[in-house]
Ligand binder design. Structure first.
Ligand code: SF4
Length: 169
């Protein structure tokens, strides 16, 4: 097998986040391009994550690490962003789907934005499950494509850790 071909491993939250940000980013990530490991933005997010809600315990599913789950079951996800985004909600719905597949009766999710002191509820119902399944299918389709998806328009690439790869000489 070509070592650069992605495996059919289950998808985690990062895959869904990248899909929603830019399908090309997901495609590159699955083939081993990981510039985000050196990104200041990622490091900043990790600091916010590590210094907020320090008494909470992560739930490690293997393919995904959920910030924490409270009785109910309600999934919680902390974001260092100041801008709530549909991509964040898609990520939480994906976690709901993963836990439901493990037999857990999910109530919903809550996104926490500590930098703007805001929370956003993410409902879990039939519509949300369909959205999560469609997103998962879309991600698998992108990953399996033989060539990378087109770049976004340059203005939408601002702040992306893959900028040098996509737009460098
Ligand atoms: S630089 Fe632009 S095209 Fe490349 S992965 Fe990032 S958002 Fe997508």
């Amino acid at each position: 097998m070509n070592p650069h071909e992605p495996t059919a491993d289950p998808l985690g939250g990062v895959h869904i986040k990248y899909l929603r940000h830019c399908p090309r980013q997901l495609w590159l990530y699955m083939r081993g391009y990981r510039p985000e490991a050196n990104s200041d933005l990622v490091a900043f997010g990790e600091v916010v994550d590590a210094t907020t809600f320090t008494r909470r315990r992560h739930v490690d599913l293997g393919e995904a690490r959920i910030d924490w789950v409270t009785a109910g079951a309600v999934i919680h996800e902390t974001k260092s962003s100041r801008t709530p985004s549909p991509a964040h909600e898609a990520q939480v719905r994906h976690y709901c789907l993963l836990l439901e597949r493990r037999g857990i009766n999910i109530r919903g999710g809550i996104l926490h934005y500590p930098l703007i002191r805001r929370t956003t509820d993410v409902p879990w119902n039939d519509d949300a499950r369909t959205q999560a399944e469609d997103t998962e299918t879309e991600a698998h389709t992108v990953i399996a494509a033989p060539t990378p998806p087109e770049r976004l328009t340059r203005s939408k690439c601002r702040g992306c850790s893959y900028l040098d790869y996509c737009w460098g000489n």
